[in-house]
Every structure is written in structure tokens, then in C-alpha cells.
Write a protein that binds this ligand. Sequence first.
Ligand code: MG
Ligand code: MG
Length: 264
Amino acid sequence: MINLRTQGEMDTIAHAGSIIGRCHAELSKLIVPGVSTGEVDTFVEEFIVGHDGAVPAFKGLYGFPGSACISVNEEVVHGIPDTQRVLTEGDVVSVDIGVRLDGWYSDSARTFAVGPISPEARALLDVTSRALDAAMEVSVPGKHVGDIGAAVIKTCEGTSYGIIRELVGHGVGRELHEEPQVPNYGSPGHGPMLREGMVLAIEPMLSAGTPRIKTLDDGWTVITADRSLSAHFEHTVGITLDGPRILTLAEDTVGAGHPGADTP
Ligand code: MG
Ligand code: MG
């Protein structure tokens, strides 16, 4: 079942999401050569719990040990934070953060450059970010989940990048992962129709090489099968009659929020 949320419920998800947005903004300053992924994780945890009673949603979820998933270079997602894993100039690092606030979830990821990076790495980050923008743009009532994936594919046309297909976006709400699945591939007009009140985590993951992935022996870290660089950008997006509402921006533009006060 795909849940539909009221505007008030979306306001609360946006409140949770704004904590992620602000945390990501701080991380763009914190992430420099010499910082470990363990230190990044500690910052994320302290930032989240320091805001409005929020909780890091990933910590302990399915047994994950960190507060954020921090994935370096060929690592696509679910990298385990580690104080021994020190970032060096030229790395790219994806920081995926979930926040739970007042029983509602929000989910957002961003890939950062560690100091100056190669033009090839910069291009991968730029295309992945643009794929997210294009996917969000079609996230309006009457379009379909397939339009989202098709927008990702279209953005990658003319590149040799691999689109990771085995990992997908998802609905977000009372649970971090709800229906529907939101693949980064698809055909316009196919899949569930988007309706006012849906809340979706849209999250293109691209690799500079193969789209194939594998999981390391730690049981968590997903890497590209050819160890090529990977990038991941994600926002939680509300489907509204006024267009896509990005719920994980630093700027919390919503009011106090009264969940359930409105009808969808
Ligand atoms: Mg995420
Ligand atoms: Mg997600």
C-alpha cells in the first residue's frame, strides 16, 4: 500500500529533513583531507540529537552500527563509519543520513569532494546530482514512478556511466522504507501513478564504470563490481499539486506543523 500524507504530516517530515539538510551543509565544511569517516559519523550523530529531539534513523536499523552510511570512492552505499578510515585529497565520499522526528522519517544523501578532485570525478558527481534534479522535476501528480527512472536514464545519455539498478529509492513516512520502490530506471507512464500526498526518497546512484555491485565481507558495504567511482544523491520529496516539494533542504520553510490537521 502506498501511503498518502497530509500537508501537516509532510511539514513534520520536512522538519526532520531540514536537520539533514543543515547537517549536510555543515559536512561540506567538515569534510577535508585528514578527517576520518568515524569523525564524520560522530559529528552527524551529535548534530542530529542536538536538534529538536531528533534521532539518527540508521543507527541500529537492521543492526547497522553507525549513525550515517559513509561510503568512499568505489563504495556505493552502506559504508560503515571507521575512525581508521581517513579521507585523502581526491576522494569522493557519500554521506547518507536518516532522521526520525516525532515518529516520522526523512532520508537524504550527498556525495562530497574531499579537497580538489579529478575532472572525471567531478563530472560523475555533477551528472548524478543533475539526475536527481531531473527525477524530482517529474515528481508531480499524474506522472508515474517510471517517469522518475526514465529521467535518470535520460540524464545519463551520452555518458558511459553505470546506473545502479539493484538499489532503489522508496516511499518514506512512518517507516524509513515504505512502498513504492522507486527504481533509477523505467519507462514514462509505467509503474504506480504519482498522487498528491505521496512522499518518496529519490536516490540515483551512478558508477563511472559497471552498474554491477557486490557486498563486502562486512555484510554492509556495497561497492561497484569493477571498483570504479560511485556517486549518490538523494532527497525526500513530497508530491503536491504545487509541484515537487523537497523535504530535505537546509531551509525549513514550513510552519509549525500539525500532523493530521489537514486532509490530503
Ligand atoms: Mg538514504
Ligand atoms: Mg533512501
